[in-house]
Design a protein around this ligand. Structure first.
Ligand code: HEM
Length: 494
């Protein structure tokens, strides 16, 4: 009887706590979306059949706030309050103008149980600033030019892979192709590792499993909503086994470099130098390396996957891109040089549109470091409030991008791109904490897409069911594996 009473007391207390937590915004008179018990504004994962991803939830929050005529407002992820932005002017305010008030991302990191999860994305304050200054020179124009040849080598391996499939009339799995290409690009350019995933996918599979397991959504959304509790419970950000394996492998490459006196001006060398100068220790070095592998894999992979998909379903766009490539190649004497690839305007427009329709990082996170009042708002955002900028909401808002579901690179032509509302297009974030790998990522995508379109004609395999649901960020998996039929460009697909 006594046990029953204690149990009942605990349950009642928990229910009261959840209910009270879900009045956070009401108590502060902040406009918000009404939560449901326990799951807040997330769908109930037990009864829901749709299994919506995190970005899909934030897209919905954005739309609901706008439907209510709000420029921002509170939501609940389970019973944790979050503040969602739905106006581009606030994006500028938070990311750039008043960066000093919002410089913390408050991304989950378990320093105690998994010190390797501390890196440039998760670090804060002065630690972050010092690191950012150190890593800024990783992707200078001079280094990007050096990396161009390395990227072309990876693109060549991808070309061989395509040729093999074209000859045997086997479709390409776009997602797999995106993963192989981006793993090899980051491994080669940042670490000097030659892993040729197109022949042997072991390394790419390991990188993929750094964060993927069957509980990915639940684990990540739990850590996202309750970082303190997740830290207390020792929930890892990265899956320990593949993480350890990759760290060991990276250590091996360092030993080889030291042994043979090789000094490359890549990211690994920056890390080695920082270690030698005692600015970071072994674990921190591992953390930065794992982050760079993941940052490239999770983002460029999804962009290339959807690039293949859109090329395959939009034959006119594919033909136009191939014509533009051939035109430029003629001008440059047939040589696929750095200058030639950078001068293909339509390639740039195409990539911008991919990153609009499928933003690989679909939400940006910031936390207020002091009590703040946004311009025109009649309420205060308290210190420590978690703020989400739903990139995907802005990119799919018909007010800024008419017919947002339509894939149309023309939105980014010279004439049209100046009409894009400032801060409504932010695939790489903005301000001092924007993506450090932006130039690298865009160059790698340019090289990859250029090489594919130059050499091959793509068509969607008839077995693929449309429409696809875009899941991305923290999942980065298209609902259906996209199969693409290919044929060498000088032949015709029947
Ligand atoms: C298409 C590819 C990519 C996209 C769309 C992308 C997007 C983003 C976004 C939206 C952010 C957050 C910005 C913010 O909070 O304002 C970010 C941060 C970051 N990205 Fe990328 N990224 C890509 C590729 C890469 C690559 C290839 C690397 C490294 C090789 C990289 C490294 C980073 C790092 C280290 C940060 C944290 C920066 C900081 O906090 O100072 N990203 N990225």
């Amino acid at each position: 009887m006594q046990i029953f009473s204690i149990f009942a007391f605990i349950i009642v207390t928990l229910i009261a706590y959840v209910k009270w937590s879900q009045t956070h915004w009401k108590r502060r008179r902040v406009p918000h979306l009404e939560p449901s018990f326990l799951f807040g504004n997330f769908e109930n994962p037990i009864i829901s059949k749709s299994k919506r991803s995190m970005p899909a939830h934030f897209l919905e929050f954005y739309r609901k706030l706008k439907e209510k005529g709000l420029k921002c407002g509170g939501v609940y992820t389970y019973f944790a309050p979050m503040f969602v932005i739905a106006d581009p002017a606030y994006n500028k305010h938070i990311l750039l103008k008043n960066f000093h008030e919002f410089h913390i991302r408050d991304f989950y990191c378990n320093k105690k149980d998994q010190p390797v999860s501390l890196n440039l994305v998760t670090s804060e304050g002065e630690d972050w600033r010092k690191l950012r200054i150190k890593f800024n020179p990783t992707f200078t124009t001079a280094k990007m030019k050096i990396m161009f040849d390395l990227m072309m080598e990876v693109a060549k391996s991808m070309g061989n892979y395509f040729r093999g499939h074209a000859t045997r009339k086997i479709p390409i799995n776009a997602k797999q192709c995106g993963e192989y290409y981006t793993t090899d690009i980051v491994a080669t350019c940042s670490f000097g590792l030659d892993c040729n995933s197109f022949k042997n996918s072991t390394f790419s599979d390991l990188v993929k499993h750094l964060m993927h397991d069957s509980f990915r959504f639940t684990r990540i959304s739990f850590c996202f909503a309750f970082p303190k509790l997740a830290n207390f419970l020792g929930v890892p950000l990265f899956i320990p086994k593949p993480t350890q394996y990759i760290c060991d492998l990276l250590d091996k490459t360092v030993k080889e470099r030291v042994g043979s006196n090789i000094a490359r001006k890549d990211f690994r060398q920056i890390i080695m130098d920082l270690k030698r100068q005692h600015e970071i220790n072994d674990t921190e070095a591992h953390g930065h390396c794992v982050l760079f592998l993941l940052a490239g894999f999770e983002t460029m992979g999804v962009a290339l996957t959807f690039a293949l998909f859109e090329l395959a379903v939009n034959q006119e766009i594919q033909t136009r891109l191939r014509n533009e490539i051939n035109k430029v190649l003629n001008k440059y004497g047939g040589e696929s040089s750095y200058e030639a690839i950078y001068s293909i305007k339509y390639l740039d427009m195409f990539i911008n549109e991919i990153l609009r329709k499928y933003p690989p990082v679909a939400i940006l996170n910031r936390t207020s470091v002091t009590d703040v009042r946004l311009p025109d708002a009649d309420f205060v955002i308290e210190k420590g409030t978690k703020i989400v900028i739903p990139v995907i909401g802005f990119h799919h808002d018909p007010e800024y991008f008419p017919e947002p579901d339509k894939f149309d690179p023309e939105r980014f032509s010279m004439e049209n791109k100046q009409n894009v509302k400032p801060y409504a297009y932010i695939p790489f974030g903005d301000g001092p904490r924007s993506c450090i790998g932006e130039r690298f990522a865009k160059q790698a995508l340019k090289v990859g897409i250029f090489s594919i379109v130059k050499g091959y004609k793509l068509k969607l395999n008839p077995t693929v069911k449309l429409p696809l649901e875009f899941e991305s960020s923290f999942g980065l998996v298209p609902a259906t594996d996209i199969l693409v039929d290919i044929q060498e460009a000088n032949q015709v697909i029947r």
